[in-house]
Write a protein that binds this ligand. Structure first.
Ligand SMILES: Nc1ncnc2c1ncn2[C@@H]1O[C@H](COP(=O)(O)OP(=O)(O)O)[C@@H](O)[C@H]1O
Ligand SMILES: [Mg+2]
Length: 378
């Protein structure tokens, strides 16, 4: 086979990463992991970064600069050549626009892999843009992405499907500005502690554990730095157990992984599973264990809830469902992530590894699911 034939028979994947959210660096790190692991015999990879200002740029196929470690926070350079994505169903070709140069055709892509976390990436906006052009992509569509991103509507959907969620209240921007006393009353009704969160963020950004009403206003203001809509939840005492979900092929039910546990050790300055503990953990304050040491019936219960949560939201491709397992033996759903942490060391790939699927196989599986899926309403 000539090099040309070989190139033509490969599936062209555009990796999309970075983005406008506060999880930009995390997304870059994920892209680095995927670039290293993706099967080059099957896939032709186009690394496309989204700069913090939203500019789409073509980047070199090199995982090195994308690594996240203490002292190195990766970012997509705004100066790289711009990439334009079609918005019509007539073309799937991407174009490179370099200042003062003729536009250069990058050719069609078969599938886009949005490795984006947070708003303007994981929330249906990018998915909507790809839908406009009938471009296939990995993961959930517009509605599931948007509802999964918003901790308020996510809970509304779960509660509507009779899935167990903890007590919470929502503080909208209008409420906070015009009637903060009512908002404080609603929070007081939840008891202490509470977790104050931006409705649409991720990686624990903007989240504060509040143990006294005196600290509430500061926590709300902190959350509002990320999103003007704030969700306040009753603190749940329990173990954090997570489950990976993969869409079934051809209408089959979703598949669930072995469950994993996050153990945040006390005495390391992490009050909960915060950003530092998630990504910059150098003191072993956090341990990811999979399979988690829970009774078999509890694992089965979490897997069942995870699959139901996936279906309730109308997810596609993948999702990670995070639960609390309380001392009383109850399981509550904390949240669903439609684009969970996806570095090779992240919980989602680790849970699938413990279930018999390696990281490169998982990447392969997700791309296959995306290619199987019809475009348009489905
Ligand atoms: N209601 C709650 N009760 C107890 N701990 C919580 C609660 N909500 C969040 N946490 C802690 O905060 C972490 C981050 O919260 P989460 O809702 O998962 O936000 P993110 O979407 O940023 O991951 C959780 O992993 C958990 O450690
Ligand atoms: Mg979380």
């Amino acid at each position: 086979m000539s090099a040309m034939d070989n190139a033509q028979s490969k599936i062209r994947v555009a990796l999309l990463f970075g983005g406008r959210s506060s999880e930009h660096a995390v997304s870059c790190a994920t892209a680095g992991g995927v670039l290293r692991a993706i099967d080059r015999r099957r896939y032709d990879v186009l690394p496309i970064g989204i700069a913090p200002d939203g500019r789409w740029v073509l980047l070199p196929d090199d995982p090195e600069p994308l690594e996240l470690r203490r002292g190195h926070v990766p970012a997509v350079p705004e100066s790289a050549p711009g990439v334009v994505v079609p918005t019509s169903t007539r073309e799937r070709g991407l174009r490179v626009l370099d200042r003062g140069e003729m536009p250069q055709e990058l050719g069609d892509v078969d599938v886009v892999f949005p490795l984006l976390h947070g708003p303007f990436g994981e929330d249906g906006t990018v998915q909507g843009m790809l839908e406009l052009a009938d471009i296939r992509y990995v993961g959930s569509g517009v509605l599931a992405s948007a509802a999964g991103m918003d901790k308020h509507f996510m809970k509304v959907v779960f509660a509507g499907a009779a899935l167990p969620v903890g007590p919470f209240t929502v503080i909208t921007d209008a409420q906070w500005r015009h009637d903060p006393a009512a908002a404080r009353d609603a929070v007081a009704g939840l008891g202490m502690p509470v977790f104050v969160k931006p409705a649409r963020a991720g990686s624990s950004m903007g989240i504060t554990k509040v143990t006294s009403m005196d600290d509430l206003d500061a926590a709300v203001e902190n959350a509002r730095q990320h999103d003007l809509k704030v969700v306040v939840e009753a603190g749940i005492v329990g173990r954090e157990i997570e489950c990976g979900v993969l869409e079934g092929h051809d209408g089959a039910p979703p598949r669930t992984s072995r469950v994993g546990e996050i153990v945040v050790r006390s005495g390391h300055g992490h009050d909960f599973y915060d950003f530092e503990a998630k990504y910059l953990d150098t003191d072993d304050s956090v341990e990811l264990t999979c399979p988690a040491d829970v009774p078999a019936d509890i694992e089965a219960r979490i897997q069942e809830l995870a699959a139901r949560a996936f279906l309730a939201l109308g997810c596609e491709g993948l999702a990670r469902v995070d639960c609390f397992y309380t001392e009383g033996g109850d399981v509550l759903i904390n949240e669903i992530n439609t684009m969970p942490g996806f570095t090779p060391y992240s919980m989602y790939p680790q849970m699938w590894l413990a279930s018999g699927l390696t990281y490169p196989e998982l990447i392969d599986e997700l791309i296959t699911l995306a290619l199987e899926r019809p475009v348009g309403l489905r």
